[in-house]
Design a protein around this ligand. Structure first.
Ligand SMILES: [Zn+2]
Ligand SMILES: [Zn+2]
Length: 252
């Protein structure tokens, strides 16, 4: 499985002052290509990859509605569907991203794709990849879910933004091929609903994936140097840990 990180920014400052790129992650296995969390810059950054949305993209997944994850979802739908001519593109998103006052996907864009609502325990198919919604997060009042992507060969878990809770451990699979963490902070910040490095270490010690990937860096994390932080995590957990970089591929 290939994971192409369009951007690695996390939080308002790093994203919206463009200290790092953003735009989400492309996940590719076999013929299936999925765009996860198309935040600001998703469309332009997509063209730094070997893929074309209207030829290759099978589906888009929103972990939650916050703009650093969803700002360009409408643009990506327009491009992937050739403005509605190419049918069968999937969109997976929580209910509050699709409906009501909080919606971020335009009703017009929703008509161009096959949308499915994700909720705790729901299962979905995009191309040849099975997407399972594992557990809900506490994250500033919006719906967020941890997602498991199961291809024929590899299983990758994506843990998006949220405050770490003990109960996550019972939902997380053992021995996944990789686990992607939106580990925004280096130190624990009890009043902010985001993952920190001590949370990542605790999870890795308990569920032992074959590889961990950290991303979604705040300013505090960038000051700590993600490359050094990855080494520190690896030393404490014995799990190979990679610090994602903008426009770089990670092979799982
Ligand atoms: Zn968020
Ligand atoms: Zn975020």
């Amino acid at each position: 499985m290939k994971l192409f990180f369009l951007g690695t920014a996390g939080g308002r400052t790093v994203t919206f002052k463009r200290i790092r790129n953003s735009g989400g992650i492309l996940l590719k296995e076999g013929k299936t290509l999925i765009h996860i969390d198309p935040g600001p810059g998703a469309f332009v950054n997509f063209f730094s990859t070997p893929y074309e949305p209207w030829r290759d993209l099978n589906g888009i997944v929103l972990s939650h509605l916050h703009l650093d994850h969803s700002a360009e979802v409408n643009t990506m739908i327009e491009s992937a569907t050739e403005s509605g001519k190419r049918r069968g593109v999937k969109l997976l998103a929580p209910k509050d991203a699709l409906e009501g006052e909080t919606r971020v996907v335009l009703p017009y864009s929703q008509r161009l794709v096959d949308s499915e609502i994700i909720s705790e325990g729901s299962e979905h198919k995009i191309g040849d990849i099975l997407v399972k919604t594992l557990h809900r997060h506490t994250h500033h009042g919006v719906e967020v879910y941890t997602l498991l992507f199961e291809g024929e060969e590899k299983r990758v878990v994506y843990i998006p933004c949220g405050k770490f809770e003990e109960r996550w451990i019972e939902y997380l699979p053992l021995n996944a091929d990789a686990m992607i963490f939106n580990s925004t902070f280096y130190r624990k910040r009890p009043n902010i609903d985001h993952l920190s490095v001590p949370d990542v270490i605790e999870i890795l010690q308990k569920v032992k994936p074959k590889m961990a990937i950290i991303t979604h860096y705040s300013l505090e994390m960038l000051k700590a140097n993600p490359l050094k932080v990855a080494k520190e995590i690896e030393n404490k957990t014995d799990v190979k840990t990679v610090a994602a970089q903008d426009l770089k591929l990670v092979e799982v």
